[in-house]
Write a protein that binds this ligand. Structure first.
Ligand SMILES: Cc1cc2nc3c(=O)[nH]c(=O)nc-3n(C[C@H](O)[C@H](O)[C@H](O)COP(=O)(O)OP(=O)(O)OC[C@H]3O[C@@H](n4cnc5c(N)ncnc54)[C@H](O)[C@@H]3O)c2cc1C
Length: 381
């Protein structure tokens, strides 16, 4: 016999785990289905900005590998611009540990996790949604797709996919102790070596996460360029402990994130940022927006699921629209962005404000006098 739940969430990444946590906190019966056995590896640089960490009502420092206070920007690995801040700008995490930590928080409040359960079919049938995995079947009043870039929920329910993709490559690089020590609290971003994108170095407790990303349409040479970047770094001998690539979905205008009895979150909804590829913040934020709407809809019956679309449009899509315009410029003229960093600390202060969550892109655009103002400043640089 099928077991019934109020809400079934497909995917136990930051989006699904956060929603499970928020719903369990409200006493709503929630089932979290994950295809992998947890903890599972996720191809990701593992940068959790302070802005993202602050969304959570618990501390993540026990799963942080390092705390970033400095970012070194280079152009084609030339002389760096070093930005520093007294406050933590970003935490680095390993996603297997971080995501599992979020899931355990949700389980602690009563959410039910079933891992090793790959969802293969989702069907709305009368008042229920029927969800099938390889060996089980479940019913619930609502289904939520938090199942990442290749969302089966979006596919099964035919939810519109006006999405563009970035491609990211990530390698976990083991370096000698003395080399690792040099990177403590410091990340590096190189703007010149990946056409249409950038390369990064994020320090972890016992290794460096080094990767590269760009728009998927320009990713043909990404592996070769990533390897060249690795070889050009002055890090002595190194071993690649693990390497992989993954798509990062970022939606274009008009993305529908809800349907009768279904919502999409995080990467499944295409909510990653088109400039940096940062997706954890919007995964968590979309889950929190969804939790409020689901509670209103299931408990009081006064809220329509379509209110989730309005909340996502207002809080997330409006920001993504601004970033998309900016990214077109930065991607074409990365040397201008680098030049602007070197002209004074205005751009660095703006970047810190964004990472700390003190300002958003809309505020930056407003202060600069619109896109025209931003582009004028860049051209002056
Ligand atoms: C190389 C690279 C580097 C990145 N670096 C960063 C970074 O530093 N900071 C940042 O903020 N973002 C980064 N991102 C983006 C970030 O990884 C994603 O935006 C984020 O993971 C989205 O979270 P999510 O919960 O929506 O989806 P995911 O984390 O992808 O989780 C989806 C979950 O659903 C499960 N699933 C999928 N299909 C099924 C199914 N059929 N049945 C059951 N379960 C299923 C998956 O196994 C997975 O656990 C990076 C991405 C890449 C590719």
């Amino acid at each position: 016999m099928k077991k019934n739940y109020d809400v079934t969430i497909v995917g136990a990444g930051p989006a699904g785990a956060t929603l499970a946590y928020e719903l369990a906190k409200k006493g709503i019966g929630v089932l979290l289905l994950e295809k992998e056995k947890l903890p599972r590896y996720k191809c990701c640089a593992g940068g959790v900005t302070s802005k993202a960490a602050r969304l959570l009502d618990f501390d993540i420092s026990e799963v942080a590998e390092d705390v970033i206070h400095e970012v070194s920007f280079t152009f084609n690995l030339g002389s760096p611009y070093l930005g520093q801040h007294t406050q933590p700008l970003m935490y680095t995490v390993m996603r297997d540990v971080f995501d599992h930590f979020l899931v355990k928080r949700a389980q602690g409040l009563g959410a039910v996790l079933m891992d090793g359960q790959k969802v293969t079919q989702v069907q709305v049938s009368g008042d229920w949604v029927e969800i099938s995995t390889d060996d089980s079947a479940f019913r619930s009043r609502l289904v939520v797709g938090a199942d990442g870039a290749y969302s089966i929920v979006a596919k099964e329910l035919g939810m519109g996919r006006s999405i563009e993709y970035l491609m990211g490559i990530e390698s976990e690089i083991v370096v000698p102790e003395e080399e690792l020590a040099k990177w403590k609290s410091r990340a590096q971003l190189d703007l010149g070596c990946i056409p249409g994108g950038y390369a990064w170095i994020f320090p972890k407790r016992d290794h460096l996460s080094i990767g590269a990303g760009c728009h998927a349409s320009r990713a043909r040479d990404l592996y070769a360029r990533h390897q060249k970047f690795l070889d050009s770094l002055n890090i002595g001998s190194y071993t690649i402990a693990r390497s992989g690539s993954h798509l990062i979905p970022t939606c274009t205008k008009g993305r529908l994130v809800w349907q009768n009895k279904a919502l999409l979150l995080g990467d499944a909804a295409g909510l990653a940022e088109p400039l940096t590829g940062e997706g954890i913040h919007n995964a968590i934020q979309s889950a929190q927006l969804a939790a409020a709407v689901i509670e209103g809809s299931l408990v009081s019956g006064e809220v329509e699921l379509q209110d989730y679309q309005e909340a996502v449009d207002k809080k997330i899509m409006s920001e993504l629209r601004i970033v998309r315009v900016l990214s077109k410029f930065f991607i074409r003229f990365p040397h201008l962005a680098f030049g602007m960093l070197n002209q004074g600390d205005a751009l660095w202060r703006a970047l810190c404000g964004l990472m700390l969550g003190e300002i958003d892109y809309a505020a930056i655009k407003g202060r600069a006098g619109g896109f025209k103002g931003i582009f004028k400043r860049l051209l002056r640089a």
